[in-house]
Design a protein around this ligand. Structure first.
Ligand SMILES: CC(C)=CCC/C(C)=C/CC/C(C)=C/CC/C(C)=C/COP(=O)(O)O
Length: 253
């Protein structure tokens, strides 16, 4: 077995060929060859061969399609790629969805804000951004899916788990921030559309840059969308967290 060498996703892909999987999935159409007894097993009894379920076959096929499709979409993965000249623009988008500018901007805003309402929103945005970093790091560390092989690891400020790609941290942040901004900022409709477009383009650019597979970004969008529900549930306010706001007010006097 070669499985130890691979991470969770790759192990699922290399553990069998597609033909063998189809074979095991539909035994009536393709009768299985007789199994030989391995050394040490009772004579005459076939060794149990685990056959993957149809769900596992479907999952592996989807993952294989995901890898293939993502590679095709990675048109800005390098300067010499098909759309390599657009790479600097996409890297700018990468910075626009990165954790550091969002954290720095929120902290700066908190320091400058003079209205209690503004401070409350920014404090919750800070909570949301930190929560996002923690949750994404946990899932990345748990799943440990490697970034696509065509990715050039030249990303702006990363932490250790960022060698993994599932889910896309940019996609979670973009989706969560998008919902947050749409709920808490009064914006004209064109600006609201722009915020949604930004989130979508940040997600697509991750695949085009070769940083992610499509499934990393799709899951990232779903996860980021749901993270906003967590932020909403634990919304920090003078009523829900009086001690925090008392300390905050004292510190700012
Ligand atoms: C800016 C301030 C005040 C503090 C910074 C604290 C700090 C170092 C936070 C970590 C931010 C960071 C490195 C986030 C990671 C962003 C990143 C590279 C995500 C990966 O995204 P992905 O889409 O490629 O998964």
């Amino acid at each position: 077995m070669r499985l130890q060498k691979y991470n969770t996703f790759e192990a699922l892909l290399v553990s069998d060929t597609f033909e063998n999987l189809t074979f095991s999935c539909f035994p009536l159409q393709h009768p299985a060859p007789p199994q030989t007894s391995p050394a040490g097993s009772p004579a005459g009894r076939a060794a149990p061969v685990p056959s993957p379920s149809c769900a596992a076959v479907a999952f592996r096929s989807l993952l294989a399609a995901d890898l293939r499709f993502s590679r095709q979409l990675g048109v800005c993965a390098g300067e010499r790629s098909a759309w390599g000249s657009a790479r600097p623009l996409l890297r700018l988008l990468e910075v626009s969805g990165h954790g550091v500018p969002w954290l720095a901007g929120t902290l700066y805003g908190l320091g400058r804000s003079e209205s209690p309402a503004g401070r409350e929103v920014l404090l919750n945005l800070l909570f949301a951004l930190v929560l996002d970093l923690v949750l994404v790091a946990m899932v990345k560390g748990l799943v440990r899916r490697r970034r696509p092989t065509h990715n050039k690891m030249d990303m702006f400020v990363t932490i250790s788990v960022d060698k993994y790609s599932f889910p896309s941290g940019h996609a979670t942040r973009a989706a969560m921030v998008c919902r947050f901004v749409l709920h808490h900022l009064v914006l004209a409709i064109p600006l609201r559309v722009l915020v949604v477009l930004w989130a979508i383009i940040v997600g697509i650019s991750r695949v085009m840059l070769g940083r992610h597979n499509v499934s990393d970004v799709a899951f990232g969008f779903i996860m980021g969308y749901m993270q906003y529900n967590v932020v909403k549930y634990f919304w920090l306010s003078p009523l829900s967290a009086p001690a925090l706001f008392a300390v905050w007010n004292q510190w700012n006097q």
